[in-house]
Structures are given as C-alpha cells and as structure tokens.
Design a protein around this ligand. Structure first.
Ligand code: IVH
Length: 670
C-alpha cells in the first residue's frame, strides 16, 4: 500500500468506528459484537503505531478511549461544586492569607488542612439513610450527571454504611482517579490518566467502567444534615472511620512558612506516588471560619490550590505572531517546533507582552525553554543563549494593530506611575475585526452565555462567512445555510439550535459579564448585578449616563466606571444590549425576598470590631437588607464603628437617620 492508500484505509476505519459509536452510545442499537468492535479499534491503533503520520482527532487513541454517552440524567447539585483558586509561589500564598486576615479582621496564626490535589475527576455521593442514593459527576459545577451505577463499581466507594454516627443525609465529595501503574496497562487507549478516568466514568454500561480500575479518595462534603463538625481535619478522620478512603498524606499545618516547607518536601516525592497530582490544597481548618469566609463566584475564599512547578522543555521559535485580544491587548505568541511537555504536544507559547520580549531578548530562531503548569497556557521562560545563531535580529514589535491598522499605545497607570507593559489597539472607530471576533468568543464562553455548541473555531468560521458579526446575530442564524456547510449535518445543526435556545435563559450577572467590558470580570459583574438587580435598571443607568451611581458599590471604582462609559460611548454596544434584552430571558439578581432587614438600608462609618465591611455587608444582604455608601434621605441606619467620620454622623442627623452601634446591629439580626 502506498501512503495515500494507507491514509484512506485509516480514515475509513475511523469513520466506521464513529458510526458504530453512535449506534451503540446514542441509539443503543449496536451492530457489532464487542469483539468485532475491539478489533476495529485495535486495527486503528496498530496503524497509527506503524505509520506515525496518521492522525485524526476522532481516533480512539486520542483523548477518551471510547465516546462517552450523552444520555445521562441531569442532577442539580444542592451546593455547587466549585473550583479552587491557584497559588504558584510564596507571594500568591501570602496574598491569600492577607486577604483572609483582612476579611476576618484576624491577624494571628491560622490552622490549615493540607491535602494532596489529585489530578482526577471530582464526584459527589449522596447517602440517604446510610445508603448510596446518587453518584453524580461535577458537570459544570451546578448541574452534573447521574452516574451512580458506574461509581458503584469503584471498590473504594461504600454502598451502605452501617456506622451509627453516619448522618442520615449527607453528600460526600472526592476524586475519582486511576493509578499510574494501572494506567500503564491501558495507555495506548488514552491520552492521560485523567482522560482514562473521565471516559470510564461516562460509559453507558457500568460493566465498561468496571474494566478500568478506578479509585476514589474522599475529601469534603457538599452538605450534612445537622452539621456540627468543627474542623476539616476532624471531618476527614470521620470519613475514614465511616469506611471511606482518605489520603494518607493529609496533614494539619499552621502558617505560610510551614505550608511552603511541606510543599517543597512533597513536590520532591510526587514522582514516587502512584497517582498524578498537580499540587496541594490548603483549606482553613476551622469550619466556622470557612462559613464566615464563604465563596466568590467560582471558588471558596477559605481554600487555595498550591500548584507544583511546571513541566518544561526546550524547543525552537519558528515565528512570532501578534494576537489581538478582546480588550485590544496585543499578545505576542511564539510559534514553536512542536514539543511534548508532560504528555501534551505544545506548538504555541505565550510571550505575554512587548516588554517581556524586550526584557528576555527573545528572537525568531532562538532555542527557548517552555513551561507548562496545569491548565495555564504554556509560556517561554528563557532563551538558551549558547545556542543562539549570531545572525538572529532582535524582534521589532509592531506599532500598528495587525488587525485594523490603528495606532497602538501603552497606557499610563496613574497609581503605579508607570506605563503598561501591554500595548493596545486603540480601536477608535470601533471597527477592529479581531477585537469584535474575540468579544463574540467571550460572549459564548462558559461563564458568560455558555453556548457550548458554538466553539471558538465555529465563531471564526461564521464570522468569515458573515453569519455572525454581532452577539445578537447568534439568535438569528440561518440554519439552512449552516446545514449546507462542510462538516455540518442534521444532528450537529440540531444540537447547535438547542444549545442556543438553552442559552437564552440567563441571568443579569452573566449578561453583564458576557459583554466583555474591560475591567468588568465575573466578580465585578456580580457586584453590579447585585446592586442594580434588574436589566431595566441597568439600561436606565446607561441611558441616563449615571454610571457614577455605581460608585456606591464597594469594589467598583473610577477604573470600572471609566471603562463602562467608554464601552457605552459606542452606540452600537448600547443597541446590542437593548436587542439582547428583548431576545433573552434575563433572571434578575437573586433578591433575598424576605428577611428581618427587608426594605432597610445601612451604611457604615469607622472600623468595625472583629469583622470586615465586606462580611458585614454580606450578613445584611443575607437578611434582605441593602448597604449604600452615601448618607441620604433613603438611608435608614448609620452603623458606627471605631473612629467614625464626624461629617457622616452630622449628615445622618440632618436627615433624621438612625445612628446605631455594631452591637445594635447584631441585636437587629438576632
Ligand atoms: S476541595 C470548593 N480538596 O480540585 C472546594 N478539591 O480545583 C473544591 N481536588 O474540582 C474541592 N483534590 O476535582 C478539594 N483535597 C481536595 C482535592 C480537590 C483534588 C480537585 C477537585 C476539584 C478541583 C478544584
């Protein structure tokens, strides 16, 4: 067979496997016996081994070994399964602790539960009356899939717990993973151990799951009936007593210095462990403190993942591309000779910005060290100067936007009194194509409208053929045109239509975030939506150019206000938002309807005792009250702390506002 025929045979077999996957997993009408199916898979893998040029993303050797079923029943997590923020160095850890001290107004040693962060798949186990009732995948954190039967095949997961003190209603969480040793036996079928675990868990037939030896290590709870656990370490001990497997390397440590020492020691031994791990998790041990600290939108404030240092490799820079981001930032990207770093083939590495290229004197043709840590984009660490060819010229960063030709600038930062390291396209005429495309990619992304049927590549394609030029075009697509495009069939068009329809139900925070306004990330979008509550109010503020009203919000400052002003100075952006308002069903911000402080407004002056402003504000909101940051006739209570501002007290007296102490406030909420 010549090369052409080999490729043809290979592609034919992949297509055949794909058809049989669909028959088996989607339609539940298998036409091949198990042995025939395995044979077909094996033939493909053998061909790839023999002819290294063969490559197809649908190959069983890529990612998951077999196509997961899409037909699992959905399950809304009682308590969302969030992710963790990351710390990469001592500085990040110190910041984490500082934020906690600030929030709790506590500057003393804090105890941490320290746990290895296994790189697997998280799962939730709900036990009712001591029997495993639901085993659920994380899904998007809010809604997972019921995979109880598959989870039951894992020997570490108890199906019934007879211990007297095991709660009658509890949700235990932990990590499903495959050991490194077991992975060796099946490595030709999967890209990495994590994919093996994930593919195995999503099999339709639990017998398939059972074929791959999975493990489960428990590490937290979603909720517990009558929860009176005092500490995380105490809960971990109880898990063990009840019969769950917990990590033998869990530990309790006191402060950042101890954490760093332990991290160093543990990192050295990570390669001796029989499972993949990408860092350590530090959780504030005291559960009452955890409760006080609560959560940001994505992660708890009381925990952090301290990653291990990155994997790295040397390779050559073939070219440097300049990418334009949604906020106009010009990001240089090194196109490198493909290199395998920790099991992932890397061909692009970010160079961050113009200053970074100059500082490291990175040139096209250089041999460089590339690092890849966890899910973070690979980046160039340093140039191997010994290998530098003397003819290489310094890289000259373009001064015009490569997309629209506009002038670019480095902004002056008034606070740091320095020019930004990032060069930006000014996009004065609001016509920079790359910025617009990137904004649409942001609009559909997970934390925004989450239109998973429309990936980044599809957005590029639809932009090219003029199907999508503005976010609202997504809701007015001509599906007949799409059906006629290469690679689109009845089923994929149907899926796209469903996923767009689904995305129409959103909320105000997501919508504000989805607009991609500079400085309005998911957290600031939450603060704004909490404050304005409804889309009509938000639109009203824009119409009347009353962004200053938002300055009342703790956390929103001049930078955000200027950015909002700038964004909506483009009439098209306002028009887009108005059209989106009519197309989408936008849930208003969750307003705590009934609470002891309903319809009451509060303001603080002076330092509070033992509690931060942020926490006090959150307590008021939990009781249906609101906080504002100006004394006016709408204010009901001015809460006085230590060293209050006299002017505010005088103003409050003028308006007849009640002036109360922190103790009075406590009494109000019991
Ligand atoms: S606690 C809200 N503990 O890490 C708290 N997570 O990035 C999050 N993980 O989805 C979970 N070991 O898959 C926690 N000892 C541990 C963990 C752990 C691994 C994973 C888990 C989670 C992800 C968060």
């Amino acid at each position: 067979m010549n090369k052409k025929d080999i490729i043809k045979t290979y592609e034919f077999k992949i297509k055949k496997l794909d058809e049989h996957n669909e028959l088996y997993y989607e339609k539940s009408e298998p036409k091949l016996s198990d042995a025939q199916y395995d044979n077909l898979k094996n033939e493909i893998i053998q061909l790839e081994k023999k002819f290294s040029y063969l490559n197809n993303p649908n190959s069983p050797s890529k990612k998951v070994g077999f196509k997961p079923s899409k037909s699992f029943e959905k399950y809304k997590h009682k308590v969302p399964m969030l992710s963790l923020s990351n710390a990469f160095d001592v500085e990040d850890l110190k910041n984490f602790e500082k934020k906690i001290f600030n929030y709790l107004k506590k500057i003393e040693n804090i105890e941490y539960s320290v746990e290895p962060k296994i790189d697997g798949i998280s799962a939730s186990l709900t036990y009712k009356n001591k029997i495993l009732k639901y085993g659920v995948s994380r899904g998007d954190g809010k809604i997972g899939e019921i995979i109880t039967e598959n989870l039951k095949t894992i020997k570490d997961i108890p199906i019934e717990i007879k211990k007297k003190d095991f709660p009658n209603d509890i949700e235990v969480r932990g990590e499903v993973f495959i050991s490194k040793n077991d992975f060796l036996k099946i490595q030709d079928k999967f890209a990495n151990p994590r994919n093996a675990a994930s593919g195995s868990l999503r099999q339709k037939d639990p017998k398939e799951t059972k074929k791959i030896p999975l493990n489960f290590i428990a590490y937290s709870f979603g909720y517990i009936e009558n929860n009176n656990f005092k500490s995380q370490s105490n809960f971990l001990n109880m898990l063990k007593k009840w019969g769950f497997r917990t990590n033998v390397d869990n530990n309790v440590l006191m402060n950042v210095e101890e954490l760093i020492k332990f991290h160093k020691k543990f990192e050295a031994k990570r390669f001796d462990l029989d499972y993949d791990l990408d860092g350590l998790v530090y959780k504030i041990n005291d559960i009452d403190l955890q409760k006080r600290l609560g959560f940001t939108s994505n992660a708890p404030r009381w925990a952090i993942a301290h990653k291990f240092s990155a994997d790295n490799a040397y390779t050559k820079i073939n070219n440097i591309d300049i990418q334009v981001g949604r906020t106009g930032a010009l990001t240089p990207v090194a196109k490198v000779k493909p290199v395998n770093i920790g099991g992932v083939v890397v061909s692009n590495a970010t160079l961050h910005n113009e200053d970074e290229i100059n500082r490291k004197d990175i040139r096209i043709g250089d041999v460089v060290k590339i690092e890849r840590a966890g899910d973070v984009i690979p980046h160039v660490v340093e140039v191997d100067l010994v290998k530098r060819d003397k003819n290489l010229k310094p890289f000259i960063f373009p001064l015009k936007c490569p997309s629209c030709g506009s002038d670019t600038i480095k902004e002056y930062n008034k606070t740091t009194k320095k020019f930004d390291a990032v060069r930006r396209c000014l996009n004065k005429k609001f016509d920079c194509e790359r910025i617009s495309v990137e904004k649409i990619k942001h609009f559909i992304s997970k934390d925004a409208l989450n239109i998973d049927g429309l990936g980044k590549k599809v957005v590029e394609k639809f932009w090219e053929i003029n199907l999508i030029k503005k976010p609202q075009d997504i809701f007015n697509l001509d599906f007949n045109i799409i059906k006629s495009l290469d690679g689109w069939g009845e089923q994929s068009v149907r899926n796209l239509r469903i996923s767009i329809e689904k995305s129409k139900n959103t909320n105000l925070q997501k919508l504000i975030y989805s607009l991609g306004i500079r400085y309005i990330g998911i957290e600031n979008a939450r603060l704004i939506s909490e404050n304005v509550k409804t889309i009509s109010k938000f639109i009203d503020i824009i119409k009347k150019k009353q962004f200053d009203k938002l300055l009342n919000i703790d956390g929103i400052g001049e930078t955000q206000i200027n950015s909002l002003n700038d964004y909506f100075s483009n009439k098209l952006n306002f028009k887009s938002l108005n059209e989106l308002k009519n197309i989408l069903n936008i849930e208003s911000h969750d307003i705590v309807q009934n609470g002891i402080l309903k319809d009451k407004t509060f303001m603080f002056t002076g330092k509070l005792d033992g509690i931060s402003r942020a926490e006090a504000k959150s307590i008021i909101e939990k009781n249906a009250g609101t906080t504002i940051s100006n004394v006016n006739k709408n204010l009901n209570y001015l809460v006085i702390g230590e060293k209050p501002t006299k002017r505010k007290i005088d103003q409050a007296k003028n308006f007849g506002v009640k002036i109360i102490s922190q103790k009075d406030l406590k009494k109000l909420i019991n």
